[in-house]
Design a protein around this ligand. Structure first.
Ligand SMILES: Cc1cc2nc3c(=O)[nH]c(=O)nc-3n(C[C@H](O)[C@H](O)[C@H](O)COP(=O)(O)OP(=O)(O)OC[C@H]3O[C@@H](n4cnc5c(N)ncnc54)[C@H](O)[C@@H]3O)c2cc1C
Length: 387
């Protein structure tokens, strides 16, 4: 399609800057070299995960949003979206799970921690020596965050934490656990506080959970039995958890949307290759118009998702992104990704159901995108609230 371009028309601006494109290349190279060849046999133990994180640290991929005065790159959260997108486009993701995507937890430390605390932990995060996790969810408090029961009681210069958290990504290997705990009994946001808990503290026990997707992932349950936390590890002041969480969650939702887009793109590519070579009734599966229409519809949906996220990237860069936009992106792109994965699975026939086929692992790991980081229904509530 050609149209006459008006002489004063602004040049088309790509969503990503040259620096961001270079970072994407670096990341892609790292995934191709260090993760893709080994992911299927990668152990889930702490030592193996730390070795991988240290390599990622050496490659300059971690703690990108840490401000320069603390030794970081001072990058925007767009870098975390790029990490999420590229990781989800790798074959490894459906098997090993989020890995470096929990880097967004760094924002909790940077926004809520004292300079001493940031100076103590940020270098370890950047070097890949400290893996982070964020522990809000409990067995009876998921969407209903205000139902959290884990308590933090002040005791002199310390707080004492008691309770249990569940479904925590990287929970069984994390060195830093950001724990949301109740510091006042009332059912309101100001009753919840955020603590940076050293994973080596006495009184913490962990149980790895088996999950439908991510067979080599690190989802875990955590128990806190009178864990002593220095008062200086309180982030954002007493009652400050919700404020910190709201900021972090908006970006987490964009990361998850980027992950959903990456998975849809990978599944589409695998399916395109499959329908081009799968023979049936004397022609390929891709020769049938019904298949071509399915592929055309999926390609269009993916393009709509990509356009939506690129628009948000531009808004994040201009400082005009909103929680409502993040919720809309998570709702739409994750639902779209689920639709695409379901159709791709169908086009693979029985092979799609086999554990050994990549599409099967993408399919099972994709399902959680509509649940974690806030369910699709919670996203609708957030969008409606802002109307
Ligand atoms: C693999 C995995 C990794 C995770 N990682 C982390 C992590 O690192 N840190 C962390 O803190 N949490 C984590 N989670 C937890 C996740 O954020 C929660 O599972 C999610 O928020 C939903 O909470 P829930 O499981 O308690 O479901 P529930 O809250 O019990 O929801 C059940 C159903 O009720 C619906 N519902 C909720 N509210 C309403 C309403 N008002 N009206 C109608 N329907 C409603 C929900 O949409 C859902 O369909 C993870 C979960 C998984 C599965």
């Amino acid at each position: 399609m050609t149209i006459d371009v008006h002489p004063d028309a602004p040049a088309y601006q790509p969503a990503f800057t040259e620096d961001e494109d270079a970072f994407r290349e670096l990341l892609r190279d790292f995934l191709d070299r260090e993760v893709e060849p080994v992911y299927a046999t990668l152990a889930t133990d702490s030592e193996t995960r730390h070795a991988l994180f240290r390599k990622a640290g050496d490659a300059g991929l971690l703690g990108t949003t840490v401000p320069e005065e603390y030794g970081g790159m001072g990058a925007t959260p767009i870098f975390n979206m790029i990490i999420s997108h590229e990781l989800a486009k790798s074959h490894a993701y459906g098997t090993v799970g989020s890995l470096f995507c929990t880097d967004l937890a760094t924002g909790l430390l940077v926004d809520g921690g004292t300079p001493e605390l940031i100076n103590e932990w940020a270098p370890k995060i950047i070097a890949g020596e400290a893996i982070q996790c964020m522990a809000a969810t409990e067995a009876d408090a998921g969407s209903d965050v205000l139902a959290i029961r884990t308590t933090a009681k002040r005791d002199g210069d310390n707080y004492v934490l008691s309770g249990a958290k569940t479904f925590i990504t990287n929970g069984d290997v994390a060195d830093i656990i950001y724990v949301v705990a109740r510091t006042a009994p009332e059912r309101r946001g100001r009753s919840l506080s955020m603590f940076l808990v050293d994973g080596a503290s006495a009184g913490i026990t962990r149980r790895k959970l088996r999950t439908m997707g991510f067979p080599l992932g690190n989802t875990a349950e955590l128990y806190f039995d009178d864990v002593v936390v220095p008062a200086g590890h309180l982030l954002g002041g007493e009652g400050g958890a919700m404020r910190l969480l709201m900021g972090a969650l908006a970006y987490d939702r964009l990361q998850i949307s980027a992950r959903a887009l990456g998975q849809a793109e990978l599944a589409f590519q695998l399916t395109l290759e499959h329908v081009r070579q799968r023979q049936m009734f004397g022609q390929t599966l891709g020769d049938y118009q019904v298949t071509q229409f399915a592929m055309a519809e999926m390609k269009t949906e993916i393009e709509v998702g990509r356009t939506m996220l690129e628009d948000i990237v531009r808004k994040v860069r201009s400082g005009i992104s909103s929680e409502q936009q993040a919720a809309m992106a998570k709702l739409w792109v994750c639902e779209m990704s689920g639709r695409v994965l379901d159709r791709c699975m169908q086009l693979f026939g029985g092979m799609g159901f086999m554990d050994e086929s990549p599409i099967s692992r993408i399919y099972t790991s994709n399902r959680v995108l509509r649940v974690y980081g806030g369910t699709s229904e919670t996203m609708k509530q957030a969008i409606a609230r802002a109307l």
